[in-house]
Design a protein around this ligand. Structure first.
Ligand code: NI
Length: 174
């Protein structure tokens, strides 16, 4: 079970629509490798196209240290063929990074709450409602399945830059 190489922005697989998963068993080994890869990278989300696999599979994991105030922890969860439905029209800008765009961060508008549906890694349906950072990560990861990277969602490029500089100067600006 290897740690997988992460595709970086510029690789064409990141701009493709990923294929629906017809057979959950066919992606179980991939999910195990993605878990190792996400854990190794210290990320809070990963989509299969980021490891050069064009399947509709995402992982999310939002520990208390990475969530918003009072947000419940999201344990490491795999979602196959995820579908999101916004709960209302409200959007909020928040900082995002991406393992495929290392070293950079940008402010991206996202729906504040979404309903999610999909299958777990055993093929059982799972669904729920997400808010806060979990809602943001879900939207970021499902975008990867549709060939969309977060800069393509940005509206204010004054809120785009290197982690180090933003950490130093801009954390409180949105
Ligand atoms: Ni990403």
């Amino acid at each position: 079970m290897p740690i997988l190489k992460i595709a970086r922005m510029g690789h064409p697989i990141l701009l493709q629509r990923a294929a629906e998963v017809a057979d959950v068993a066919s992606v179980q080994d991939l999910i195990k490798d993605m878990v190792l890869t996400l854990t190794d990278a210290g990320g809070i989300g990963l989509a299969a196209p980021q490891v050069h696999e064009s399947h509709r599979v995402i992982l999310i994991s939002v520990p208390p240290s990475r969530g918003e105030c009072d947000e419940p922890e999201t344990p490491l969860t795999a979602l196959i063929n995820p579908v999101l439905t916004p709960m209302g029209q409200e959007q909020v800008a928040g900082w995002e990074g991406c393992l495929s765009i290392p070293g950079l961060r940008g402010a991206v508008p996202r729906y504040t709450a979404v309903r999610f549906e999909g299958l777990d890694m055993c093929g059982e349906p799972i669904s729920g409602e997400a808010r806060g950072m979990m809602a943001r990560v879900l939207q970021h990861e499902v975008d990867h399945l549709d060939g969309i990277l977060y800069p393509m969602r940005m509206q204010d490029f004054s809120q785009f830059g290197f982690d180090e500089e933003i950490g130093r100067y801009a954390l409180n600006q949105i």
